[in-house]
Design a protein around this ligand. Sequence first.
Ligand code: G3P
Ligand code: CA
Length: 261
Amino acid sequence: MPLVFAHRGSSYDLPEHTLAAYLRALDEGADGLECDVRLTRDGHLVCVHDRRLDRTSNGHGLVSARTLAELETLDFGSWHPGGVAAEGDEPLDESHTRLLTLERLLNAVLAAGRPVRLLVETKHPTRYGRDVERRLVALLRRYGLTEPRPDDPVRVTVMSFSPLAVRRIRDLAPSLPTVLLLEVLPRWLRLGRLPFGTRIAGPGIALIRARPQLVPALRAAGNQVYVWTVNEPEDLELVLAAGVDGVITDRPARTLARLGR
Ligand code: G3P
Ligand code: CA
């Protein structure tokens, strides 16, 4: 039975990367949460997917050009139908609209009182030199999360499309599991040996639709396979038939229901 990860929280129903979207995913029974992190101008790790603010907030311009205090004044929820109260309803609380820092997400996950896997994806690692990875590892170390044991309730895995970022994480925290994300299959990739000791491959669903045999090939070579972003029922059937270890989805409730959980 694959693990079910909520991609940016329950982000079909609620605004992505908000605390409300993550708490909903935990309520729905997701095994884990996926989140993208970027650095603010003053070096804080915040959960935002895009390089720019424009799509998911009422701000404009680059996330990296703003301080945390500046970002805290923005509304990250009202762009999405789930971030706005229905007519006649009580106003939604700030968990639907406030910027989420990685530290606040960690605190929420640690307070959940049940096992949670957290997949943290670093974005654009070359833009900040080693800073994203260094600050991420420092934060995780402060929370005692860099040397996960199987019975730890909260376990963090770091993901990136960039082999360079994966390598930096492996250098800084060799015990932290990593996922190499794959949009396409690079020529240099050897299925039997992912780079820098990574043991989890993260192919996109488009790649698996084109080459479903990749899943058993990666698994036969001793890797786990987490596929993103699996939202359509036919895609879910495809990855279940292929035997994946993890499904990353915007719709964890629907995915869990299909799995009879
Ligand atoms: O879970 C991996 C997936 O999130 C990668 O793509 O663009 O949604 O960050 P993206
Ligand atoms: Ca992501």
